[in-house]
Design a protein around this ligand. Structure first.
Ligand SMILES: Cc1ncc(C[n+]2csc(CCOP(=O)(O)OP(=O)(O)O)c2C)c(N)n1
Length: 117
């Protein structure tokens, strides 16, 4: 287990996330420079459990998480949805927060704040 430092490291954040998330959680990742580290801890455990982009165009993560949470709500499956979004990527489609509140979506958004764009 990585040590808790101030500020925390990506290893600490992602290893903690891997421990606390539900086993069948749906994860969405848009963490640019930290995606490699995230994937060491948060694995695709079953079909439809891990979403990210192949080409790294920013702006996908937050609305994708909203869509996945909406699908869970509408189908009554209620799998936990967790989005890990860099503080840079977060700014590309911040309107998705409004959609999340309008539809009363249940999901967790973790903004990884390293103050790098
Ligand atoms: C639409 C789009 N614009 C610009 C970029 C260029 N770009 C790649 S990474 C990045 C910064 C991402 O910052 P953040 O999400 O905080 O990730 P981290 O700092 O952890 O790398 C930018 C602007 C991109 N990939 N896609």
């Amino acid at each position: 287990m990585p040590k808790a430092t101030t500020p925390i490291t990506p290893d600490f954040l992602f290893s903690t996330l891997a421990q606390v998330k539900h086993e069948n959680a749906i994860s969405v990742a848009e963490t640019a420079s930290n995606t490699r580290i995230l994937k060491q801890y948060v694995k695709a455990t079953s079909p439809g459990s891990f979403f990210t982009t192949a080409a790294s165009g920013l702006g996908f993560g937050l609305p994708a998480a909203a869509g996945l949470a909406l699908a869970q709500q509408r189908t009554g499956q209620n799998r936990q949805v967790i989005a890990v979004i860099g503080d840079g990527a977060f700014q590309y489609s911040i309107q998705a927060l409004y959609t999340m509140t309008q539809h009363h979506l249940s999901l967790t958004v973790i903004v990884a704040r390293n103050e790098e764009q």
